[in-house]
Design a protein around this ligand. Sequence first.
Ligand code: IDP
Ligand code: MG
Length: 140
Amino acid sequence: MILPELTLSLIKPDAVQKGVAGQIIGRFESEGLRVVACKKLWLTTAQARAFYAVHAQRPFYEGLVAFMTEGPIYALILEGEGAVLRNREIMGATDPAKAAPGTLRALFGDGIERNAVHGSDSPENARIETDFFFSQLERF
Ligand code: IDP
Ligand code: MG
């Protein structure tokens, strides 16, 4: 039996500025992940701080918040069997220099901070993160 799972993907400001958001969404679709929800938005500083609150004590937190608010992003909910892990595989490692060839971060990331995409790291966090960005009325 196939148990569909949901995960949150963000196309970060660097990738949107490069004009590769469409390619990234197409990659998810070609990998068999279904787009349940999608919107373009520009995070406020307060919203970015809240989304990344788990990293508040890390030295890169302020820089990360500044990066994530420098321009618009896309937020997506992706659905598929094992979607959380599948998306993490498609994204590649946090540091694009260490990401496997062909992964989104290897293709489109510029560095450990400006790494093109976000993906939930567990089903529990996927639930929290999808609810952060989307109401039930925005999911199909
Ligand atoms: P992940 O996005 O692969 O799950 P996390 O450790 O959750 O990685 O970090 C969240 C985000 O913070 C990363 O995607 C990246 O943009 C940024 N980041 C992580 N580690 C560093 C670092 O050492 N320096 C600068 N930015 C970092
Ligand atoms: Mg993470």
